[in-house]
Design a protein around this ligand. Sequence first.
Ligand code: SF4
Length: 357
Amino acid sequence: MEKRFTDTLLHWHKRYNTREMPWKGEKDPYRIWLSEVILQQTRVAQGWQYYNNFIHKYPTIRYLAKAPDQEVFKLWEGLGYYNRCKNLLFTARQIVSEMKGVFPDQYENILALKGVGPYTAAAIASFAYNLPYAVVDGNVFRVLSRFFGIEEAIDSTHGKNLFAELAAKVLPKKEAGLYNQAIMDFGATVCKPFAPICSDCPLQKYCKAFAEGKVNYLPIKEKTLLRKNRWFYYFLFSYKGKLLVSQRRANDIWQNLFEFYLLETEEQVKWDEAAVQQWLREQIGIKKAVVGGISPLQKQQLTHQQIRGQFIGVTLETVPPFLENYRWETQKGLQKLAFPRFITSYLEQTTVQKGRF
Ligand code: SF4
C-alpha cells in the first residue's frame, strides 16, 4: 500500500499538480531557506510578495549578510515574528563568515543553523540536494492519517514517532524533493482540512478515511481530546429521509457510540442561517442546502470536561462525495443505534425522533 501511495502521488504531481509558487523547482538552497523561513508562520499568499522583495534586494546570501539590520527589518515589516528575521540575518552572516558563503549541504549541518527545525531542514535538503529526508508538517499528517486511516493523535509522542516513521517509509529515496513537493501541494489543494476534493482524488480508491466515512475525524489531535471546555456542533445532514451518522472511534469520550456530523471548535460559534450557509459553502463545499433549524445551546458536564454545543438541521439536495461513505440511517435505523447522552437528550426534545427531519 505504501508503494501505491507514493507512486500515485508522484504521478499526480507530474501530470496534474498546477499549484504555482515563486520558489517552486528552486535548487538554490539560499532561496529555499528564505522561502521556508518566511512561510514558517505566514500564509503562502502573504509570503509570496515578501519573498520576491527579498530576492530582488538580496539575490545571494552575501547581499543579505552585509545588509544593515534596520534595512532588513524594514523589508520584513508586516510579517511579524521578528525572531525569524533576526535568525535569518544571524545565519546569513554566519554562513558568509564561517562557511565562505556556501550553504551547508548535509542535513545535520542544515538543521544546526539557527531558526531551522526538522521540517525546514528536510525541505532544504530534499529540494536543493535531493537528500532522502521527508518533510512532516500539518499537510503531511493529514494526508497520511486519512489515507492510511491512522487514529493515533498526531501531537502525541507516540503519534509523532509513528507518523515520522511512516513518512520516511513512503519517501522515494531517489525522488525525495519531488515527493516532498507533491505531498505538500496535495495536502494544500486536494486533501484539504475541510472539504477535501475526494471526488477528484487519485488516492480515493485506496483511501481508508474515505472508505470508512471518517474524513472529518482525521487527523486526531490529543490537544483537542484533553480540552476542558469543548464545543460540539452537530450537523444533522439529511438526504432523502435519511440522516448521516458516524461512529466515534478515537480514543476519546463516547467511544463507539454514534453521533451526527461533528464540527468541534475551540470557541463558541454564533450560528444563524447565514453563518451556517457560509460554513457549508466555504468550509465543506456544500452549495445547495436548506437549513432547517438551529437548536438552543445544550450542555453536559462530564467528570473532566464540559461539553456545550448546538444541533443544526441541514437538508441536502445532493450528497458531496466525501460524505458518500458515511452511514445514512432512516428513522427506524436511528432507533437501533446508541448515542451519547448529549445527543439523546436533545433528540428526546425534538421532532427528529418522530421522523420529521
Ligand atoms: Fe484525502 Fe479524500 Fe483523497 Fe482520502 S479520498 S486522500 S480524504 S482527498
